[in-house]
Design a protein. Structure first.
Length: 386
C-alpha cells in the first residue's frame, strides 16, 4: 500500500509522529506532502494579538496552492491520510482527491467545536463564531471517507454531535514514542531524595480538561503529610492557578513553567507517582491524554480520572494505576495515600510486568495495524462505490 499524508499537520504533536511511525512499521509506503506551520506553537489558542493572528492565517492560506500542486504531481497512491490539525486541510483536498478517485482518511483527533466552545469556553454557544466552527467541522466530517478519533468515546461524540454514520468513525489510540519514554533502571531513579516523602508529578497545559484546580485543592488537603507536588506547564488557566497559590501559598508545591519534551521522561522517572487529568468537562470523559501513555510507557504509577475513555485502555485495574472520580480532590488525596501504603512484594516486582499487556495495546505496531485496517476499509468502500 502506498499512501500520501497531506496538509499542514502538526509534527510537534506526538500523535502525528506516532501515526507516521506506525504506518511505516506496518510496511506502508508513506509519501509526505506537507507544509510545517505549527513549529513552536504548543497551544494554538494562545496566539495573541490581531496582527499575529492575521499573519498566521495568511501563511496558512498561502500554503495550500503549493500543497495542491504537489499533490496533483504525486504519482500512484492508494489513499490520502490527513493528520491533525486537518479541519481545513480536508476541505481543501476534498475536490482534488475526488478527481483522482482516492479516499481520504482524516485523523480528526479532536473537535474544534468541542475544544473552543464546550470545553475551553473561549466563545459562547450562540456566538456566530461557534456556529461557523460547527458548520466547518460538520462539512469536514463529510469530506472524509473515514474519520479517526483517539477513543471510541470520542468517536461517539462525533457521531452524535455531527450526525455521522457510526461506520465512518474509527478509533486509533494516541500511543507513545517508546524511545522517548523508556522505563528507568534503578540507577536512573533519584535515590538521593527523602524516601519517606512522596513526589507527585503533573505536567501539561493549564486547560480545563486537566483539572489543575483539583490538584491544588488536593495539595492543600495534604499539606501536613509527607507529600510534595511538582507542576510543569502553563496555558489558559495559569492566571487563575497563580491567584490560588498566592492567596494560600503551599510550600510543597513547585511550579515550573515548562520543560523541553526530551526532558519529561527524567521528571517522570524522578517522581513516585504521576498524574493524568481530573477536569469535570465532557472532554475529560472522551480522551486519554498523552501523559497517560507516556507515564505507562515509562512504567511509573499513574493516577487519573476514571472515565469511559480510560476504561477502553485499562480494565481491570492494575495495582500501579489509580482511577478516581473527576473533579474530586478528596478522591485524589485518597489515591495518593493508597499509593503510599502500597508496596510491591519485592524490588524485583515493579510496575513494568503488570503494565506490559496494556503497553502492547498502544505500541507502534498496534497503531500501525489499526491504521492499515482503516485504510484498507476505506479503499474497499471506495472500490464498491465505483
Amino acid at each position: 500500500m502506498r499512501i500520501v499524508t497531506w496538509g499542514t499537520y502538526d509534527l510537534g504533536k506526538p500523535r502525528v509522529r506516532i501515526m507516521l511511525q506506525g504506518l511505516r512499521a506496518a510496511g506502508i509506503e508513506v509519501v509526505e506532502c506537507h507544509v510545517d506551520l505549527w513549529s513552536g506553537v504548543e497551544d494554538k489558542s494562545q496566539i495573541k494579538g490581531k496582527w499575529s493572528k492575521l499573519k498566521f492565517v495568511l501563511r496558512w492560506l498561502a500554503a495550500y496552492p503549493a500543497l495542491v500542486f504537489r499533490y496533483l504531481r504525486t504519482g500512484r497512491h492508494d489513499a490520502v491520510l490527513v493528520p491533525y490539525l486537518g479541519q481545513l486541510d480536508v476541505l481543501v483536498l476534498w475536490l482534488f482527491a475526488k478527481l483522482r478517485g482516492k479516499p481520504i482518511v482524516w485523523d480528526a483527533f479532536l473537535s474544534l467545536y468541542n475544544t473552543v466552545v464546550e470545553d475551553r469556553k473561549l466563545v459562547g454557544r450562540h456566538n456566530p463564531v461557534a456556529y461557523l466552527v460547527y458548520a466547518w467541522e460538520w462539512l469536514a466530517c463529510r469530506a472524509a471517507a473515514q474519520v479517526v478519533l483517539d477513543t471510541a468515546a470520542h468517536g461517539r461524540y462525533f457521531v452524535e454531535r455531527f450526525h455521522l454514520n457510526p461506520a465512518r468513525v474509527q478509533r486509533v489510540f494516541v500511543g507513545v514514542e517508546p524511545l522517548a519514554f523508556p522505563a528507568a533502571s534503578d540507577a536512573q531513579r533519584d535515590v538521593s531524595r527523602d524516601s519517606d516523602n512522596t513526589l507527585v508529578l503533573f505536567y501539561g497545559q493549564f486547560i480545563p480538561l486537566h483539572g489543575i484546580e483539583t490538584i491544588i485543592r488536593a495539595a492543600r488537603l495534604m499539606r501536613d503529610e509527607a507529600v510534595s507536588w511538582v507542576l510543569i506547564g502553563s496555558g489558559q488557566q495559569e492566571g487563575y492557578i497563580r491567584q490560588m497559590l498566592e492567596e494560600q501559598p503551599l510550600e510543597k508545591v513547585e511550579w515550573i513553567p515548562w520543560v523541553q519534551y526530551e526532558e519529561l521522561v527524567h521528571w517522570i522517572h524522578r517522581a513516585d507517582v504521576c498524574l493524568g487529568i481530573f477536569g469535570a468537562s465532557q472532554k475529560t470523559a472522551m480522551v486519554i491524554p498523552n501523559k497517560a501513555y507516556q507515564v505507562l510507557s515509562a512504567q511509573r504509577p499513574l493516577i487519573t480520572a476514571d472515565t469511559p475513555a480510560i476504561r477502553e485502555l485499562i480494565s481491570p485495574d492494575p495495582p500501579c494505576i489509580y482511577l478516581v472520580p473527576p473533579d474530586q480532590p478528596e478522591a485524589l488525596c485518597d489515591a495518593v495515600r493508597s499509593f503510599r501504603s502500597w508496596q510491591p512484594a519485592s524490588d524485583d516486582e515493579p510496575c513494568g510486568p503488570r503494565l506490559q499487556a496494556i503497553k502492547e495495546r498502544f505500541s507502534i505496531a498496534a497503531i500501525g495495524a489499526d491504521l492499515e485496517a482503516i485504510l484498507r476499509s476505506a479503499l474497499t468502500k471506495a472500490k464498491d462505490v465505483r
